[in-house]
Design a protein around this ligand. Structure first.
Ligand code: JAH
Length: 280
């Protein structure tokens, strides 16, 4: 059973072994400590023919195969609860109770479909997904899933087709792993405080400054003096400047984003591209 405030994740795929990394490291730990429930299902369990067929040729022609709707339909029938909603947003079952006490209506599940044709996955979306109580990740293969599956699921759940970037994979499994990793590390109690602070520092939408550890000199290369100075104000200014320099160089698209235009602080007219005495 899901603990209060916890999250349940169901993943459907024709390659359950692809999701084996979810047993490892911090996600594995979050699972075994009950902070998150993750279930992986083989789509072929919802097939009925002897060959356990999940694909067929595309209507309209074209290359490759498309995932047939029937197994997906049965899978989602089983995984998505049917919530009979009334106009007030409450299921009939909860309606009487809701009149008497403050009770939240049951929240519909969130279905995530990894696809290169989706909206872009961002840290903001990771934060949003971390507030859900039931995520269903639908991993397609081949040329994708018959669209009617997602259209029908949208009557029982909130369906989002999501891309993790502009490239094509063999299927949605690895993209599902990426999204889950981004979400699980945001769940309360999964990370220590130090890491939560790292998250805070990303809130300004800039790339992080370079990092160093001991030894102070390695193969003739020195750690920048400022980081060993103990002057926390100077260190903060240096990191800010390095962040801005990196962002301008590697991701100029991020500098137009809210909060960053004209936030160069004391490097005002020099930034970007003017040389300073900073280590590089
Ligand atoms: C490929 C189903 N944005 C990354 C991404 C996500 C999913 C897929 N490809 C790329 C994919 C084939 C079938 C999904």
């Amino acid at each position: 059973m899901r603990r209060e405030g916890g999250v349940r994740v169901d993943i459907v795929t024709i390659f359950p072994e692809y999701l084996a990394p979810l047993d490892l490291s911090l996600i594995g730990k979050a699972r075994s400590s009950g902070q998150i429930e993750i279930n992986v299902y083989d789509l072929r369990t919802w097939t009925h023919d002897v060959h356990r067929t999940v694909d067929d040729s595309p209507y309209g022609g074209g290359p490759g195969m498309v995932m047939r709707p029937e197994p997906w339909g049965e899978a989602l029938d089983e995984l998505l609860p049917v919530l009979e909603e009334t106009d007030d947003g409450f299921s009939r079952k909860l309606r009487e109770t809701a009149r008497q006490e403050i009770v939240q209506p049951p929240r519909r599940a969130r279905v995530i479909v990894p696809t290169p044709a989706g909206e872009l996955f961002t840290q903001a979306l990771a934060h949003e997904l971390a507030t859900e109580e039931h995520l269903v990740l639908v991993c397609g293969r081949y040329e994708g899933i018959d669209q009617r599956v997602l259209d029908e699921a949208a009557q029982r759940a909130r369906v989002s087709e999501i891309s993790i970037g502009d490239y094509v994979l063999f299927g949605g499994e690895v993209a599902a792993l990426v999204m889950l990793e981004a979400v699980v590390r945001l769940l309360p109690g999964v990370l220590g405080n130090a890491d939560s602070l790292t998250e805070e520092s990303h809130a300004d939408g800039l790339l992080e400054a370079p990092v160093y550890t001991k030894p102070a000199t390695w193969r003739g290369r020195e750690v920048p003096e400022v980081l060993r100075s103990g002057d926390h104000g100077r260190i903060a200014r240096w990191r800010r400047e390095e962040s801005l320099r990196r962002t301008a160089e590697r991701r100029p698209d991020l500098l137009g984003a809210a909060g960053n235009a004209g936030s160069a602080g004391d490097d005002g007219g020099r930034f970007p591209g003017s040389g300073t005495d900073m280590a590089k």
